[in-house]
Design a protein around this ligand. Structure first.
Ligand code: FES
Length: 108
């Protein structure tokens, strides 16, 4: 299942992807760090809210993604929370791999 194109995510950036799978709505964050792609559920481990401040728009600086709700900060390459109310927790990772010019969802 394609999540996005490899050109959709700039180095160090994050995008939001919404999709219906098996009759359920899913929201993901796709990031790129050092040329490798990572994906997480768009669900903050602090209070279970979305991290984006508007659909698909994230606070991001120096490869750190900041939850728009209470400010927890996460490394884009690992999903590790490095500051804020859930420090030490991780975003929920989903499996991805690159096939041609697409970033494919491989596992939930
Ligand atoms: S919901 Fe993300 S920091 Fe509180």
């Amino acid at each position: 299942m394609p999540l996005c194109g490899v050109d959709d995510v700039a180095e160090g950036a994050a995008i939001g992807v919404e999709m219906e799978l098996f009759g359920e709505h899913h929201a993901f964050i796709v990031t790129c760090a050092d040329g490798r792609f990572h994906a997480y559920r768009n669900l903050c481990p602090h209070a279970g809210r979305r991290l984006d401040w508007a659909p698909g728009r994230f606070l991001l600086k120096d490869r750190v993604l900041v939850c728009a709700v209470h400010g927890a900060s996460f490394r884009v390459e690992s999903g590790l929370c490095i500051g804020g109310p859930c420090q030490g927790d991780h975003l929920l990772r989903v499996g991805v791999e690159v096939e041609g010019d697409a970033v494919m969802l491989t596992s939930l």
